[in-house]
Design a protein around this ligand. Structure first.
Ligand SMILES: *[C@@H]1O[C@H](CO)[C@@H](O)[C@H](O)[C@H]1NC(C)=O
Ligand SMILES: *[C@@H]1O[C@H](CO)[C@@H](O)[C@H](O)[C@H]1NC(C)=O
Ligand SMILES: *[C@@H]1O[C@H](CO)[C@@H](O)[C@H](O)[C@H]1NC(C)=O
Ligand SMILES: *[C@@H]1O[C@H](CO)[C@@H](O)[C@H](O)[C@H]1NC(C)=O
Length: 523
């Protein structure tokens, strides 16, 4: 991909991660054998890569990822996005504010809130102009604390609504011996210590992320407030890639997906991190250096599946349409994957997602599965993102597996590549899903419900000979749902959905909400 070449520092760092990085010295004879093996591997991988690249280039339209282009689109985006109503009446806005205030529960100052979190964002001057647009999507200047750490100074404008920028300290005294990686890894790993040293008050958690990470702040708080911030906690998630997890660790928080370190642990880390980093000059990245120091501190990773590294290529749809039953905390590698909504830029697509995010963050991307009995269709809702209608009946255990709409980190369609179950994209022409993407979302004050509407993605469907109702008669799906800020105070469970009898032609109405007594996903 064109754009990814521009991203060399980060990409080399992300993509070429290799199993090296052993700090213990190796004798020279095995090293020579190893380097021969490495040379062979590199040639093999290059050839494979070339073959697959050619294949991809020949089978897909060119992607316009020029950073300037993306920026230009961004400035136009407000007019494009204006068709999405957040809340039309001011009355409704109050109601949404009310819902959100409820979430914060002012009676309980003990509870962890946004004010207790300090973000440390890893950025580079070279990609700043483009990447800052991702930060703008989620950053709330008046409510959040945090610093973007850069390698050198960048041009700034006033009132950009961005966090404070700082330049990282010089790290040239630290050794870096990994041949595939980039020494910026040391600088980025030290962001935790450098942020701790600023001595900010009333901090419970330090949360790290990259400049291409988008956080859902309310859900980050929901996850962190489950843990006692006075204890040592290192919270994050793995890579989707089984091989990456083997090369690096199944016990490491992948940095791009973001991770959180409790205050006392960050203090303990700050005291030893510089010494610790010196002991691992052969490691590849910043996050494996972090994990090495966590191992010295004896603190394991607490896994939270809502942090998303997204070490995949192509279309995230399969993953986003079948999110695990846990709050969506972060999205990453947004420059690498296709825009999450079709036919708009990456930033515009994420902007659209902020609409349901504001209405009902707890439920964002939460899946529910139900059936249209009369028509024999399976319906899967990923709230605030997309609805799918399938001809025929798929069981919930199939529907809750992500379909492989994406490629692995080596750009191959390989079902053994992932650290979780996936299902193939259905081959049967009748079972190709009809996908409806979020178009608008609003809060209906009198009904005390969100109304989100999803428009059919108009792509050609193969001919189907089944004698069954054709979902292409549906143009729009309306989903009704009460905001549920306390969804995650209960044990994890998918919401139920029900297909309502629809009055309007060409549209389907669905209710989503807590399952009633005895209600399950069955036909
Ligand atoms: C927004 O709505 C206007 C009028 O309703 C329409 O002309 C325009 O094409 C719409 N834009 C998008 C991006 O849907
Ligand atoms: C970092 O320090 C080294 C040696 O002290 C110096 O040569 C180098 O120019 C410094 N780099 C920056 C970016 O200031
Ligand atoms: C995508 O956008 C272009 C231009 O805005 C438009 O001509 C085209 O019909 C759109 N395609 C789809 C599938 O919406
Ligand atoms: C809210 O829902 C009611 C009942 O369906 C409807 O009559 C009303 O027009 C809706 N209001 C808005 C603002 O959508």
């Amino acid at each position: 991909m064109k754009g990814t070449q521009k991203d060399s520092e980060k990409l080399i760092w992300d993509q070429m991660r290799s199993p090296s990085g052993n700090p213990i010295s190796v004798s020279s004879a095995p090293t020579r054998a190893l380097s021969k093996l490495m040379a062979f591997l590199i040639i093999f991988v290059s050839v494979t890569y070339l073959v697959y690249t050619l294949k991809i280039v020949s089978s897909s339209h060119p992607c316009s990822e020029d950073p300037f282009n993306a920026h230009r689109h961004f400035t136009q985006s407000s007019s494009l996005i204006s068709n999405i109503t957040i809340v039309p009446a001011s009355q409704n806005q109050n109601q949404v504010a009310l819902v959100l205030r409820e979430e914060k529960s002012p009676q309980n100052p003990q509870q962890t809130g946004l004010q207790h979190i300090v973000f440390g964002i890893a950025a580079s001057a070279r990609l700043w102009e483009q990447r800052k647009n991702y930060i703008k999507l989620w950053w709330r200047p008046k409510e959040m604390r945090g610093i973007v750490w850069l390698d050198k100074a960048v041009k700034t404008r006033r009132d950009e609504g961005l966090p404070q920028l700082k330049i990282s300290r010089n790290t040239s005294r630290f050794a870096y011996k990994n041949r595939q990686g980039h020494r910026s890894a040391i600088r980025i790993s030290r962001i935790v210590s450098e942020t701790v040293r600023l001595g900010m008050k009333d901090v419970r958690w330090f949360v790290m992320g990259d400049d291409d990470t988008v956080f859902v702040a309310e859900n980050l708080i929901r996850v962190l407030s489950k843990y006692d911030h006075n204890q040592y906690y290192y919270i994050g998630s793995l890579s989707e890639s089984h091989l990456q997890n083997i090369y690096f660790s199944y016990g490491m928080a992948y940095g791009g997906g973001g991770f959180a370190i409790s205050y006392p642990l960050a203090k303990a880390l700050e005291k030893m991190q510089d010494r610790c980093i010196q002991r691992y000059p052969g490691l590849y990245g910043s996050d494996d250096r972090m994990q090495a120091c966590m191992a010295e501190l004896g603190v394991p990773l607490t896994k939270e599946l809502g942090f998303h590294q997204y070490d995949v290529y192509g279309n995230l749809f399969g993953l986003l349409a079948a999110h695990p039953v846990t709050p969506l905390v972060s999205l990453h590698h947004l420059d690498v994957v296709e825009p999450i909504f079709p036919n708009v830029t990456r930033v515009e697509a994420l902007q659209r997602l902020t609409v349901p995010m504001k209405l009902d963050s707890a439920s964002l991307m939460q899946q529910s599965i139900c059936y249209d009995k009369a028509k024999s269709w399976t319906v899967s809702v990923s709230w605030g993102f997309a609805v799918q209608i399938f001809r025929g009946i798929f069981s919930p255990r199939e529907m809750e597996m992500p379909s492989r709409t994406f490629l692995n980190w080596y750009r191959r369609a390989d079902y053994t590549a992932y650290a979780f179950n996936t299902r193939p994209v259905t081959r049967n022409p009748c079972q190709k899903p009809f996908v409806f993407y979020l178009a608008t979302a609003r809060y209906n004050y009198s009904m005390k419900q969100t109304v989100s509407e999803y428009d059919r993605h108009r792509v050609p469907h193969p001919e189907c000979r089944w004698k069954m109702a054709d979902p292409s008669s549906i143009d729009r799906v309306e989903v009704y749902k009460r905001p549920d800020p306390f969804l995650w105070h209960k044990s994890p469970r998918r919401n139920c959905c029900r297909v309502r009898p629809s009055k309007k032609k060409g549209s389907m109405s669905i209710d989503v909400g807590v399952c009633s007594e005895g209600e399950i996903s069955e036909i």
